[in-house]
Design a protein around this ligand. Sequence first.
Ligand SMILES: [Zn+2]
Length: 479
Amino acid sequence: MSRYVQQSSGIQVPNGWPSLHAISDLTPFIGPSNWSICGRCTAKGDIRTFSSNGRDGKVFNFNIRDQAGSEIRISGFTEAVDQFFDSIVRGKTYFVRGGRVKKADPRYNKTNTNYEVTLSRDACIEAAPNAEAAIPVDSFQFIESLKALEAEGVQKGSVVDVCGLVLSVGDPETIKSKATGQEYTKRDVVVGDESMLRVPITLWGDSASRFPERLQGTAVAFNGCAVGEFGGRRQLSMSRDGSFTETVQTPDPRWLRLAQWAPRAPTNENGYTSVVDPTADPSAAGAGGDRSVDKFRSRLTVGQLSAINVAEVEVAPKTVFVKAFVTEVKYQKERTFYYPACMNSAGCKKKVVQEDTGKWVCSKCDMKFDRPRYRYISRITVSDHTGEADLSMFDEVAEKLFGISADEFQVKTETGGQAGEELLDAANLQQWVLRVKCRSDTYNDVARVRRELMGVYPIKPLDEARGMLDVITEHMGNM
Ligand SMILES: [Zn+2]
């Protein structure tokens, strides 16, 4: 057991306490009263209420990280909330003893240990001012830059620490769970870095409500962010145990580089591009960067596109490229051009319905929102010298084509009194390279080909010339 002594060197437990343990040595086999730990509080959650078997209860949790860098999540129920909640401050060091060690559920617990602690009735927590100097203040393991998020090896759901320049701070929003009636606060911030990439980070609960707007334009470190994807782009969501700070104490090289760059950096979001998820289904990458697809090998004329028949796509859908002009945006006020969609950042796009209370309800997520996010569901006609074809499309692609988000479009037409046709005028007669997915679709018992626009790309003359040359060379080789 000399290990404990070594790891806790310089730290004296209070008199009468069990000997000090390294957090990594806590296991469910240790009796609830036979251990003590010392560490810094790295995260502290809100008090949450629940009811079980007709009784109301409350719970809060906090994380403690020790000298060796191991971090454990500690939960305190009802009496423990009254006893300890107020005295625990994030960033301060504490001695903790008394609690059952159990296996952590990795879905909710994002710390670097496999176990967590539930405080018992005889639990004790005491401030440990004599340990302040021995336990590092920060424990960030930053990714090299936002560019690192574009690596294929970054799994969805993995947790990372990032730092970046805050480019925008959204308003806090309240989301109510229909099932439990519990309200959640969420807030989106967008950060960018020297790689000239940007990524949205969703904050929840206490972090969401207290994120100061003054941090816009400054470098901020975020710890415990889960990696997600939306529309082919990476996004981050800070876990319950996550935290943020604008002052990183330890001389972390990644942080120092960012801090040096930040004061001279552009603060306009438009100067940065989104982080692409290379593993995303290319059919979802509408607005993301479609960079690898050979846009020439499967290039068709519009005439060839409309000639594709049901038999050709019955077994599997077919994706083709065409170069064409937008000749009509099918916008009629009385028909659906956009719809109010769920705001759940998990990527639900379901239609929401407004209740009498004014709240918008998603029946799939069981959540209520103050407002919906409008999404396009639109149709256009495209043409070239060989003919024309009707294409349907969803939000990301439509936004790129129209140059205006569905949210903006809705506000301008429904409350601003502006004519939709006028807003869409700029999209007319624009030429694009279009990625179209053709599949068989049954409508009124008749099978037909549905042509959906999955991606739009500006025409780059150099790329066009190179692609054409490749195709010609290929033909020459076959002769
Ligand atoms: Zn939903």
